[in-house]
Write a new protein. Structure first.
Length: 111
C-alpha cells in the first residue's frame, strides 16, 4: 500500500534524508574509484560481492522508504537498495536493473 511508503522527489523527510545521504556517499565513492570506501558502505551480505565496484554515478532522483528498506533511483538509470542496520543505512544492492522474469539483477548484492 502506498500509505506505508514514503516516496520523495525533492521534498524532505527524516528517513528519506538519511537514505539520500547514504546513497549519495556510496555513489560518490563508487564514481571516484574509491572501491574500498564504497564497499565499506555496503551491508555485510552485499560486501561478499564487492571485489570491485563499477557503478554509474549520477544524482539521487527518487527515494522510496518502507520501514527498514529503501529504494533509490538515480539520474544515471541505476537503482540502489538500502537497508537500515544498527550502524545506519547501508547499500544492500547496487547497479540494479529490471530483467524479464526477475525483479532485479544487481552488479553488487541484491534487493
Amino acid at each position: 500500500m502506498l500509505a506505508t511508503a514514503v516516496v520523495v522527489s525533492g521534498c524532505g523527510s527524516s528517513s528519506a534524508d538519511v537514505v539520500r545521504g547514504a546513497a549519495e556517499e556510496f555513489l560518490a565513492a563508487a564514481s571516484s574509484g574509491d572501491g574500498e570506501r564504497a564497499c565499506s558502505l555496503l551491508t555485510e551480505r552485499a560486501r561478499a560481492d564487492c571485489s570491485s565496484v563499477d557503478i554509474p554515478g549520477g544524482t539521487v532522483e527518487e527515494i522510496a522508504v518502507w520501514g527498514d528498506a529503501a529504494q533509490v533511483r538515480t539520474s544515471s538509470g541505476d537503482t540502489l537498495f538500502l537497508r537500515e542496520m544498527s550502524s545506519g543505512w547501508r547499500v544492500s544492492g547496487a547497479g540494479c536493473e529490471t530483467v524479464p522474469d526477475r525483479p532485479y539483477d544487481c552488479e553488487v548484492g541484491g534487493p
